[in-house]
Design a protein. Structure first.
Length: 135
């Protein structure tokens, strides 16, 4: 199975999560400035919620994706307040004609004093277990 990992991280939390996906899959975790040029079976896409929305850089990255190169997208994210960025990301991916896996991983994220310390070791272990279960 050919896997790619892309993420956008403003605070470093999503990068930390992408590194866990990298450790489990063996695929290199790259930020969203790196396009997906090769055909992949699975794209793990990491995002976060900032001010109740996904960052424009994720939106621009999604616009570069094609269903000819990406067979399936699995989302992972964190947020301090919202339950998940999945519905926002899924909507954009589907507009591109991409298949979005119903399975997603989301955990608490820290913002200022809210959810301090997240994603923590337990969150990252849960992500590792999630990725192992997917692949």
């Amino acid at each position: 199975m050919k896997i790619a990992i892309r993420y956008y991280s403003k605070t470093g939390h999503t990068k930390k999560m992408a590194e866990v996906v990298e450790k489990v899959t063996g695929a290199q975790a790259l930020d969203t400035t790196h396009p997906v040029d090769e055909e992949v079976d699975v794209l793990f896409l990491g995002s976060a919620v900032y001010a109740a929305g996904i960052d424009d850089r994720i939106k621009k990255f999604i616009a570069t994706l094609s269903k000819e190169k990406v067979k399936n997208v699995i989302c992972f994210s964190s947020a301090a307040v919202l339950a998940s960025s999945y519905s926002q990301v899924k909507s954009l991916l589907e507009k591109q004609g991409l298949s979005v896996d119903a399975r997603e991983f989301h955990c608490k994220g820290q913002f200022s004093f809210i959810q301090r310390g997240h994603p923590n070791d337990e969150d990252l272990k849960n992500l590792e277990d999630f990725v192992r279960g997917v692949i």
